[in-house]
Design a protein around this ligand. Structure first.
Ligand code: GLU
Length: 466
């Protein structure tokens, strides 16, 4: 049974776009293998918790359509899915390691730890804990009974090779002499990331740990823990970290990193996920646009390349535009209405506007800019029309008489006025366009005027710039 997971920490405003990428890969891999995808909330670092972050992460995942099979919200047989609710479990497993002499209590003060490290640095050896408390556990336990603060550390044996196979990167090897006797249980009673992630991945029967490259250096520590418990290892695959076009790491300072930002900007969830799918992976037929089903069918972890893929918002915009062009008009209407709920747009006008704007916008947020004049009279005009009043009045008078208010008819009547008045078409239609919409660039004018209706057009022509 294939079981994958993501373990987001509720320590930011939302889920990071890089974590959304990891989520999509985990989700798709589970789907492909008739497996299960789990979302576990990793809230063990109490100092970094952000109020509301957990809820936001879950709702953003949901908005992208990445639905977990097991989570805090949907439950499941391996719960609880929030690590802060699993403290007795970690405690029990820590005790198991202590009883096997694979872990030990440590009561060293911060000051002592710093001194030991400083001393090692001077001697040019890898700074790490010197196992001082390991040799005096009886004494340490007595102190703990008296109430002194303590942590639990993993007892790592010296000079041993830790080797594991990363499905994307191949064999990775590290000598334990480079590893610290890491803390498993902190003095506040919470587990560290290393302890919690291993215990939970084991208990939740995670078969594939697919996560970002930044966790590679933690993996040997996890392997030592699996070995200490005598547990079988899951498969590890470390995905490349997304980069800015200048190859720097995606960071809040340079790029919008929160996944919900892209939705707020009017990117379509499926377009964003399609773009993310191409990070480090390519379709065997080099296709760029494909839906979930096709991705699920074609995706393999082995095809993921380890080098940092570039996440380029411009390219994503292009892809979003491609999605918009292909979307059914009825679905697109709903997306526009949902995107602009606070504007209470007239549904009929949205529907009529779609054929005019669909090929011209790349994001939902551009809709208002291009089609807003169909709902609201312009207040600003990109060109001064005060010299054109007479012309505008003539057009208004002519259009008032039109009986069949269709784009073609409107166009013909206006052309006739232009000819009568001997105004070149270019200038003439620009004047009308600005009077009607306020803007120099709009969807096709005659069609837009048909949508607006005769009365509204006449009023706009008469009232423009007055
Ligand atoms: N909490 C870590 C994160 O935010 C999880 C790392 C892991 O998947 O092991 O990415």
């Amino acid at each position: 049974m294939i079981r994958t997971r993501i373990a987001p920490s509720p320590t930011g405003d939302d889920i990071h776009i890089g974590n959304l990428y990891t989520a999509y890969i985990n989700w798709a891999f589970a789907q492909k293998n008739d497996g299960k995808f789990i979302v576990r909330i990793e809230d063990t670092d109490r100092t970094r918790l952000v109020e509301g972050a957990e809820q936001k992460i879950l709702s953003t995942l949901n908005a992208y359509g990445i639905k977990p099979d097991e989570s805090v919200e949907v439950g499941g047989e391996f719960g609880p899915y929030r690590q802060s609710e699993r403290l007795p479990i970690y405690k029990k497993y820590a005790e198991e390691l202590i009883s096997k002499n694979k872990a030990y209590f440590c009561i060293c003060s911060r000051e002592r730890l710093t001194n030991v490290r400083e001393e090692m640095k001077v001697q040019k050896i890898v700074p790490k804990y010197d196992k001082y408390c390991l040799g005096r556990q009886d004494e340490v336990k007595k102190e703990i009974e008296k109430g002194i603060e303590y942590v639990v550390r993993l007892n790592i044996s010296e000079n041993t090779e830790v080797v594991f196979d990363d499905l994307i990167r191949g064999e990775i090897k590290i000598n334990t002499d480079n590893l610290d006797d890491q803390v498993l249980i902190k003095s506040d009673g919470f587990p560290t990331y290393h302890m919690a992630v291993v215990v939970d991945d084991y208990l939740m029967k995670i078969s594939h740990v697919i996560r970002a490259e930044e966790w590679i250096s933690s993996t040997p520590k996890h392997i030592l823990l699996y070995q200490a418990f005598g547990w079988e290892l899951p498969v590890f695959a470390h995905l490349p970290i997304l980069r800015n076009p200048d190859k720097s790491k995606l960071s809040k300072r340079k790029n919008p990193v929160w996944a919900s930002w892209y939705l707020e900007q009017g990117f379509l969830p499926k377009a964003v996920l399609n773009y993310l799918a191409l990070m480090g992976w390519s379709h065997p037929e080099e296709k760029e646009i494909f839906d979930h089903d096709e991705f699920i069918k074609e995706f393999t972890l082995e095809r993921v390349r380890a080098v940092g893929p570039v996440f380029d918002v411009k390219k994503l915009e292009w892809m979003n535009g491609q999605y918009i062009m292909k979307i059914q008009n009825s679905k697109f209407k709903i997306q526009i209405l949902n995107f602009y709920t606070d504007k209470h747009l007239d549904e009929k006008i949205v529907e009529q506007s779609i054929p005019l704007i669909k090929e011209r916008i790349k994001k939902l947020s551009e809709y208002w800019n291009i089609a807003g004049f169909l709902f609201e009279r312009p207040e600003n005009f990109e060109k001064d029309l005060s010299e054109q009043k007479e012309l505008l009045t003539s057009v208004a008078v002519r259009l008032k008489k039109v009986e069949s208010w269709t784009a073609d008819q409107i166009g013909e009547e206006m052309q006739e006025v232009a000819q009568e008045k001997e105004v070149p078409f270019g200038k003439f239609f620009m004047t009308i366009r600005i009077a009607i919409s306020g803007k120099k660039i709009t969807p096709p004018l005659n069609e837009s005027m048909e949508i607006l209706g005769k009365e509204e057009c006449v009023e706009r022509l008469l009232g423009a710039n007055s």
